[in-house]
Design a protein around this ligand. Structure first.
Ligand SMILES: [Zn+2]
Length: 404
């Protein structure tokens, strides 16, 4: 039983629960389960409290609807938000009590049933900013180290929200700090800064004060940095400055929303970047997903089913060690415990450069990359399944919507 439920059962039926205690119980349950987010949301007849575990939402508890305003009020006080405003979205950071020991990013959003509260949880004890500890495929890790050794150029990361892009970028910057120490100047512009890194100048964009990515970058160019990290390239001006910086002696690391790794080039060209500049600037593109790993306590060997036979060649299946979890207390009955990065790393070479110059469509760019040795997310995912690290269903869940 979770702590929240235990606390609620200890409250006499004639009394209301103490809101500070209730909120702390929910946070403790979330941290205990290593949840990334806590969702508190009014449904028709209850307030549902859910936690996101390994990328998937699970119900923690249901509460009476009349507690919602008090809980929202409590989070607003914690995050220094305007308590009496209930009809506009608000966001803020909040520390927790020392015994919980995490940082929170609180987002309050007005819905027609009342305020929905989503809390992102940052546990400094869980943050490993070690590139070698993220579960990268060997090829990817080697290519990342090579890309980070470039004195200039543009290294892009792409993947959906929650695919671990920020963690990978922080690990990349930590690697550069470890390699070069105080001889390198590293600056970031982020939205928001999620973790304070040693020996890195981090800035946070502030749209209400017109401190945009583009404005921050124009100014940063006069700050003599060697390495620049841009939280996200999402407008033509930022894209243009990023490419220019990459071409003029800076290593630029950023993320971009694109449908696929190879699709990054089309996205940049759509933002007005000339293919000849793009092809010279980009050193690599890392496609990223997060997969759940089989629980070490309850996973066991399993036979291939029709799904495996449909997607995996028989000769490959013959050498496989398929495993699957059945669910136990260690994995909160999910069968999965812990997560790992699943990657594909597109490394620039002459053929790819020419293909970008020729504005080849994304599908053909992807084929050129595969012909040049790119191992795709799908292939790397199947390798993980073959080795029993995760299930085919998990790879299909994470790559749903991708072409494979
Ligand atoms: Zn288990």
């Amino acid at each position: 039983m979770n702590e929240t439920t235990r606390y609620l059962q200890s409250v006499p039926p004639t009394e209301d629960p103490e809101i500070g205690t209730l909120v702390n119980c929910m946070l403790r349950d979330a941290v205990q389960n290593e949840a990334s987010d806590l969702h508190i949301e009014p449904w028709e007849s209850t307030v549902v409290v859910r936690v996101r575990l390994g990328g998937v939402l699970r119900e923690l508890v249901h509460l009476p609807l009349d507690l919602l305003d008090k809980i929202a009020g409590r989070f607003k006080v914690m995050a220094n938000l305007v308590s009496y405003q209930t009809d506009v979205p608000q966001e803020g950071h909040a520390p927790t009590d020392e015994d919980i020991g995490v940082e929170l990013r609180v987002s309050v959003f007005p819905t027609v049933r009342g305020e929905k509260i989503v809390v992102r949880i940052f546990d400094p004890r869980n943050r490993s900013f070690d590139l070698a500890g993220l579960g990268f495929e060997e090829d990817t890790l080697r290519s990342m180290y090579e890309a980070l050794a470039h004195p200039n150029g543009l290294l892009l990361l792409t993947g959906p929200t929650g695919s671990g892009k920020t963690t990978v970028i922080y690990a990349a910057l930590t690697h550069l700090v470890n390699q070069h120490g105080p001889t390198v100047s590293i600056s970031t512009v982020e939205d928001p800064v999620e973790f304070a890194l040693p020996m890195v100048s981090q800035a946070q964009v502030n749209l209400s004060r017109e401190f945009t990515y583009a404005r921050a970058l124009r100014s940063l160019m006069r700050q003599d940095p060697e390495v620049i990290m841009i939280g996200e390239i999402r407008d033509p001006e930022t894209a243009n400055i990023a490419v220019q910086a990459g071409l003029t002696g800076h290593l630029v690391i950023s993320t971009i929303h694109a449908g696929s790794t190879a699709g990054t080039f089309a996205r940049m060209i759509n933002m007005g970047i000339e293919p000849f500049l793009l092809s010279s600037a980009v050193v690599g593109v890392l496609g990223l997903r997060l997969i759940r790993l089989n629980c070490p306590h309850c996973s066991a060997p399993t036979e291939a089913d029709s799904n495996h036979h449909k997607h995996i060649p028989e000769e490959v299946l013959a050498g496989a060690t398929l495993r699957q979890g059945t669910g136990c207390t260690h994995c909160v009955e999910t069968g999965y415990s812990g997560r790992s990065a699943l990657t594909e790393m597109l490394v620039m070479n002459d053929t790819l450069r020419e293909s970008v110059l020729e504005r080849l469509p994304t599908r053909r760019l992807q084929q050129v990359a595969v012909d040049g040795g790119l191992r795709t997310l799908w292939q790397n995912g199947l390798d993980r399944v073959m080795r029993g690290e995760t299930t085919l269903a998990e790879i299909q869940r994470v790559l749903a919507g991708d072409a494979f």
